[in-house]
Design a protein around this ligand. Structure first.
Ligand SMILES: [Zn+2]
Length: 432
């Protein structure tokens, strides 16, 4: 704990500098960090110790990203079922904190993100937010799943942040928070695009205006062009997109010049086609990430299940940074749920599935205002206890009036276009 603050400051200064590095320096740093991580994994992580032996991979010959293709991709399913083997035998040394996540795909996952990975993520995130106009101490409004006990919102004096709990999002609580925002006048907004958009709609319906911020960062779900335009119109400010995961294996942020960048000093990013082959030439495919700092549980070549398109026409950005430019992030396109008591729940719902044992993938389908069906693909560790835990967590979000049915299915329902969203609305609350 004692080392935490100086360590954060050190990393902060590092990231201030590294964003100005040349392409060559950035690549040399990434390759050096990858080499260290892979040699550590070969020595201390049972999963990689065995895998490398099996495929005849020699970590001492590893030169950098050009050799990454020799290591097989790692998917969520493997992390879920072989978690213990992915934990380093000296993990304690790095400070263990368990994270649980399900992301947009509804696959429960418990992973360790160690102290260093955590600090690096926080500092890289702050740097990204600074590109978007944030500064420490700047009056901020943040809308997230906070699980507040006593109220819909709270004020964090030290950081000057007004927080609104998105689990409690309904029309009357929205009106209350709009009044608070107008009193507090935050200059920076952050939250899920869906939540911020609904907030502005409630304001408009009630004939209220929302105090205008300088800028806004959104994350947690895909920011479609339509959502971006609607948000910019409603709040009268520029909107910046931000993408990352609890697993700390990749990060994308939008700079002052509104280019999306892969944060290449935080993780090693690759793009692969459906067969898992390098697709950087084509410039389109699934984003594969390797976080450079999580030694307690290294995830190497982790499949994010989100697709990205690289920007081939504008490979350099006016901001001068060498980070790879991304044209579009395609992923996390959820519909949203409306509860009988009038609350609206977006991608945030996926967290309710986090603790269910034996669930491989899941999906929430709303076919009536008071009825949802939870589709579950399960393995043989699923039992009665899992269903009880699931119901408990879903009740917390959905309230008592919603009827919940669990359906064990061989596969999840797809949209006509072929996507499999975590939330599928059949009552007209489609993703736009
Ligand atoms: Zn840029």
């Amino acid at each position: 704990m004692l080392n935490l603050i100086p360590n954060l400051v050190k990393r902060y200064l590092f990231y201030r500098h590294s964003q100005n590095w040349s392409q060559e320096r950035l690549e040399a740093y990434r390759d050096e960090m990858l080499g260290r991580l892979i040699r550590h994994a070969a020595r201390h992580v049972p999963y990689y110790r065995n895998l490398f032996k099996e495929i005849g991979f020699d970590p001492d010959q590893f030169k950098g990203r050009m050799d990454m293709h020799k290591i097989p991709l790692l998917d969520k399913e493997t992390v879920r079922t072989r978690r213990e083997e992915l934990i380093a035998d000296n993990a304690d040394k790095f400070g263990i904190v368990w994270e649980s996540t399900s992301g947009s795909t509804g696959t429960p996952l418990h992973i360790i993100v160690d102290r260093a990975a955590r600090s690096n993520k926080l500092v890289a995130l702050i740097r990204s937010y600074q590109w978007a106009g944030y500064a420490l101490g700047k009056k901020t409004f943040s809308m997230q799943s906070y699980y507040l006990k006593d109220d819909d919102f709270e004020y964090k004096k030290l950081f000057r942040v007004l927080r609104f709990d998105s689990n409690r999002f309904r029309k009357d609580s929205a009106i209350k928070v709009i009044e608070q925002i107008n009193k507090f006048r935050p200059r920076f907004f952050m939250g899920f695009p869906f939540d911020l958009l609904m907030l502005s709609r409630f304001a408009a319906e009630a004939g209220l205006s929302i105090s205008r911020p300088d800028s806004m960062v959104t994350y947690g779900e895909t920011l479609s062009e339509h959502k971006r335009k609607s948000l910019e119109g409603a709040y009268g400010c520029r909107v910046f997109d931000y993408y990352s995961q609890h697993e700390c294996t990749s990060m994308i942020a939008e700079c002052e010049h509104h280019s999306l960048h892969l944060i290449d000093d935080f993780a090693c990013h690759e793009v692969v086609d459906e067969g898992g082959k390098d697709a950087s030439e084509e410039g389109f495919g699934e984003l594969i990430g390797t976080g450079l700092y999580n030694y307690a549980m290294p995830l190497i070549r982790y499949r994010t299940r989100d697709d990205i398109v690289l920007d081939r026409e504008n490979e350099t950005c006016q901001c001068g940074r060498s980070f790879t430019v991304v044209k579009e992030i395609i992923g996390k396109q959820c519909d949203y749920i409306e509860t009988p008591d009038g609350r609206l729940l977006g991608a945030v719902m996926s967290h309710a599935i986090d603790n269910a044992k034996g669930v491989v993938v899941s999906q929430c389908i709303q076919d009536a205002l008071n009825h949802v069906c939870i589709n579950l693909v399960i393995d043989n560790t699923y039992n009665e206890e899992s269903e009880k835990a699931l119901e408990r967590d879903l009740r917390k979000r959905l309230g008592d009036e919603m009827e919940i049915d669990f359906c064990i299915v061989p596969e999840l329902e797809k949209r006509p276009g072929g996507k499999t969203p975590f939330i599928l609305s059949k009552i007209g609350h489609q993703y736009v």
